[in-house]
Design a protein around this ligand. Sequence first.
Ligand code: TPP
Length: 285
Amino acid sequence: MKEADFTTKYESTWCPGCGNFGLWIAMKQALAELGLKPENVLMVYGIGCSGNGVNFTKTYAWHSLHGRAVPTAVGAKLANKELTVIVMAGDGDGMGEGMGHFIHALRGNADITYVVHDNKTYSLTTGQAAPTANKGYKAKSTPEGIIEQAVNPVSLALAAGGSFVARGFAGQADQLKEIFKAAIQHKGFSFIDALQPCITFNKINTFKWYLDRVYSLDDNSEYNRTDIKQAFKESLIWGKKIPVGIFYQNNRATYSDHLPQLKGKTLIKRPVQVRNVAPLLKEFS
Ligand SMILES: Cc1ncc(C[n+]2csc(CCOP(=O)(O)OP(=O)(O)O)c2C)c(N)n1
């Protein structure tokens, strides 16, 4: 498989230079290098600039409701465990409207991959501050600077029981590709906070801003990604320095492992059993 096998004939609508391109290329390369085929992959998208990738990425796809990409993907995986299921959605989608789903999906550990396009803004709606925006960030919705503390998606994912928690940067697509590959291969809920500069609306968290700050956890030979305390400590570093890489990984049972009725053939390939629903309807009448 090649990266081009995951590209449709439609042209991208992203701004030239958008950080989304780094995520897009890294994901397509990851899928190709894992030998996956477009017909065996389901990508579930949020509503946003990030979600518009639905048009130019060639896999099965579902453009979900804003904030509802994660539960849609969990449902799809339960219905057809043979699919590789990946969510691509914005930080407004996931850390704002969809925040409740994020926490519960981490708890449940369904075997899907969730990539948050973390640009700190609601870009499609022209640049309001997202919950990941750093305190004091000025945008059209917060002209005096955002009052609330920023959500830290990595610390939050660790606290909610994430079994694979990582952060990557759109400007380092090679590392991001390796993170995506490890995430897709992980059995359980894989979460990646992908730092993705929005060149049009976010003039603070630019490519240069990140390049001056990011360092890789892989460069620290002492770093142990099975140590939750070390992962927490590292996840709290944000500002002059920003760690990227796989913070934490464990092998706990997935959501489906707890459901004996899902063993054997995938649900969608089983014969449909039509039951007599008359007694049930009578109960409601
Ligand atoms: C329930 C609901 N609320 C609000 C909207 C309007 N809306 C569409 S896209 C969007 C912002 C998307 O921002 P984000 O998820 O961060 O994605 P980005 O555009 O930055 O990639 C909003 C608020 C909507 N479509 N549905």
